[in-house]
Design a protein around this ligand. Structure first.
Ligand code: OSB
Ligand code: MG
Length: 375
């Protein structure tokens, strides 16, 4: 087989509730879905992790579409169109940066490749589980009240989630964590600052030590390796990195230098599911736990993340929540939480597909890029 065309579907997915972080608020998730279509007529599916504006990272949808169209797809030589996943990664890595765009293109091709072989992504990556423990990421309440926060956390606790992650920022940290910890003394709990603090905030962050948190995620700017290490020296809570981790090298540097002891793996951020697996393997060899991050994915992105999260060193619950935590209607069959876990899709490729009518309902834009005419 070879890939003949990429079809980009831009969809707008209303969130069930606003998602506020230290870098902004999202009410509607703009999602780019990539469909790779083979000469045999097989479609492979992937979801791009980028959102509509560069708040989490420098990537954003319009830039992703641009780099895919003008650079990434043209970088795929004719031989690569039928090639092994490793060759696709190598061909895309000729372009600097843009990991979310690369992951989406490569995963759509991987999905075709796996479907035509009848192999699941989970088995391809080396999964050892058929279901994974799920956590949930809880935004900063738009009303900034503890009562709204406790109500929302209560919904997730009642639903059976196995870990709660609270978004924090300066002015919204010790108090909400104390309130949640007081209400749920045994619940595995962690926080995520999305780079909102500075080195001068170390004493404030160390106040979180008394709440028995699993970790503090990305407290400082992504390039501040030394700051994270200095913070790790004054906090007993483990430091975890998200935005800083772009490759095996950055993950290994974080662990070796002491900037973090736990790595959040997001495939979109590292440019490929193959690289996500490589980071997993490196961390496992060093006895460092990993967990699977999320980017408010639809069922398409969630399916692939669940395949990854089924690898053995994903020992902490991930931000792989059920469909209804994000969307009233998902574009795939909904993922439903069962006893705090989600099933790992076992069908060929990512194991799910968008429902054509739903994809069309949510779609705001579409572009076909034929390989033969694209460059
Ligand atoms: O930092 O982990 C993050 C969502 C968008 C951008 C960044 C992050 C997040 C989340 C949500 O925390 C995780 C999820 O449930 O998908
Ligand atoms: Mg994060």
């Amino acid at each position: 087989m070879s890939i003949e065309m990429f079809r980009l579907h831009l969809i707008n997915m209303p969130l069930v509730r606003p998602f506020r972080t230290s870098f902004g608020t999202e009410l509607v998730r703009e999602v780019l879905i990539v469909e790779a279509i083979s000469s045999g007529g097989t479609s492979g599916w992937a979801e791009c992790a980028a959102s509509s504006w560069p708040g989490y990272s420098s990537e954003y949808t319009a830039g992703v579409i641009d780099v895919m169209t003008d650079h990434l797809i043209p970088a795929l030589r004719e031989t690569t169109m039928a090639a092994e996943p490793e060759e696709v990664r190598a061909a895309l890595d000729v372009i600097r940066g843009h990991p979310m765009a690369k992951t989406a293109i490569a995963t759509s091709m991987l999905d075709v490749w796996l479907r035509e072989r009848g192999q699941s992504m989970a088995s391809f990556l080396g999964s050892t589980r058929t279901e994974v423990d799920c956590g949930v990421s809880v935004g900063i309440p738009t009303t900034e009240t503890l009562s709204e926060l406790l109500d929302e956390v209560g919904i997730y606790v009642d639903a059976g989630y196995r870990r709660i992650k609270l978004k924090i920022e300066p002015g919204w940290d010790v108090e909400p964590v104390a309130a949640v910890r007081a209400r749920w003394p045994e619940m595995p709990l962690q926080v995520d600052a999305n780079q909102a603090y500075t080195r001068a905030d170390a004493a404030q962050l160390a106040k979180l030590d008394e709440f028995d948190l699993l970790l503090i995620e990305q407290p400082l700017p992504e390039e501040d390796w030394l700051g994270h290490r200095l913070l790790a020296e004054v906090c007993t809570t483990p430091i975890c990195m998200d935005e800083s981790i772009l490759s095996v090298a950055s993950a290994e540097s974080a662990l070796e230098f002491g900037s973090a002891t736990i790595i959040n793996i997001k495939p979109g951020r590292v440019g490929s599911y193959l690289t996500a697996r490589d980071i997993h393997d490196m961390c496992m060899a060093r006895n460092s736990p990993v967990w699977c991050g999320g980017m408010l994915e639809t069922g398409v992105g969630r399916a692939a993340n669940l395949a990854l999260a089924a690898l053995p060193n994903f020992t902490l619950p991930g931000d792989t929540s059920a469909s209804n935590r994000y969307y009233a209607v998902d574009i795939t069959e909904p993922f439903v939480l069962q006893d705090g876990r989600l099933p790992v899709p076992q069908g060929p490729g990512i194991g799910v597909e968008p429902v054509p009518e739903l994809l069309a309902d949510f779609r705001i834009w579409r572009r076909d890029i034929a390989i033969s005419t694209g460059f």
